[in-house]
Design a protein around this ligand. Structure first.
Ligand SMILES: NC(=O)c1ccc[n+]([C@@H]2O[C@H](COP(=O)([O-])OP(=O)(O)OC[C@H]3O[C@@H](n4cnc5c(N)ncnc54)[C@H](OP(=O)(O)O)[C@@H]3O)[C@@H](O)[C@H]2O)c1
Length: 266
């Protein structure tokens, strides 16, 4: 039974990947705060400092690298600083450390999780993710890069934060294609069986929706009504948002509405 190391195994996608892998693999998770699941081998560690990385990769045949640090995603809203800088500690420096350790340990497959359109997007977090992709593809460990569109949980969190204000000012014409992280985890685990695949096909949600359509569904299902201020979308921003969708790519099955009905707010 292959040993698969999952970084970010306590996060949204990582938990789904771990759940999919457990029945057929020995699953190891590198985590700053190890969990209690006895079916997982927990290694305490931190990608930002290097703690635990050597032990985590030792004897692993496959690494699923799903750890990330996005301050905007954590807080659920953007601040001006997010358009200027994103910390590279985990996604760039941590990825480099992990790749070096993986090469030394002879890991056979490094599966790196990334974001659709990351090569064209300009915001700092996306540039950090794109830099990480470059490290993976230039590295010595056979690799796959698997990109997804925005996860439902993050869209839900961001709308929940925006709804704390009396007026929601949103660019309602922006196109989005949110996806269930469980659908993406299933795709990712399926790809692992095929071995290192380089740049894999993009993966997105089943529907391409405007932010206005997303919001209407969210308000109906979450029962939250706020006054809406429609912010016009400059054409360059509209194009940039379209780059983050993949209507021609692989698609999940769980719609935004279905996901909201089955997931209470966090
Ligand atoms: N969210 C989206 O919409 C989206 C869309 C497409 C692709 N992705 C990509 O999918 C992957 C997973 O995203 P997610 O949404 O599941 O993120 P998430 O829920 O925020 O999980 C991030 C994970 O990274 C771990 N982590 C953070 N800093 C760490 C450190 N210093 N050392 C070790 N682990 C650390 C976190 O552990 P702690 O619990 O210790 O913080 C957590 O387990 C990322 O590569 C992300 O770029 C995300």
């Amino acid at each position: 039974m292959d040993t698969v190391l999952v970084t970010g195994g306590t996060g949204h996608l990582g938990r789904d990947v771990v759940a999919r892998l457990k029945p057929s693999h020995h699953v190891r998770v590198l985590a700053r705060s190890p969990g209690s699941d006895p079916d997982v081998e927990w290694i305490r560690g931190d990608l930002a400092t290097g703690e635990g990385i050597t032990a985590a990769v030792s004897g692993a045949q496959v690494i699923v690298h799903a750890a990330t640090l996005s301050p905007a995603a954590r807080r659920g809203f953007l601040l001006p600083v997010d358009f200027w800088r994103s910390p590279p500690d985990v996604d760039v420096d941590g990825t480099r450390r992990l790749l070096d350790a993986a090469a030394r340990a002879g890991v056979a497959h490094f599966a790196h999780v990334s974001i659709v359109g990351v090569d064209r997007a300009r915001i700092p977090y996306m540039r950090v993710k794109h830099t990480a992709e470059g490290l993976v593809s230039a590295g010595r460990v056979p690799w796959s890069i698997l990109r997804a569109t925005q996860f439902h949980w993050l869209t839900d969190r961001m709308l929940g934060k925006a709804a704390r204000l009396p007026v929601m000012a949103l660019p309602t014409d922006l196109r989005t294609q949110p996806v269930d992280s469980r659908d993406f985890a299933a795709y990712l685990v399926g790809r692992l069986a095929e071995g290192p695949g380089g740049h894999c096909a993009d993966f997105g949600g089943p529907e391409v929706l405007t932010l206005g359509e997303l919001l209407a569904t969210w308000q109906r299902i979450r029962g939250r009504r706020r006054r809406l201020l429609r912010v016009p979308v400059p054409s360059a921003v509209g194009r940039a948002a379209r780059d983050l969708t993949c209507p021609q790519g692989n698609r999940g099955t769980v719609t935004w509405a279905e996901w909201l009905r089955t997931h209470p707010p966090e």
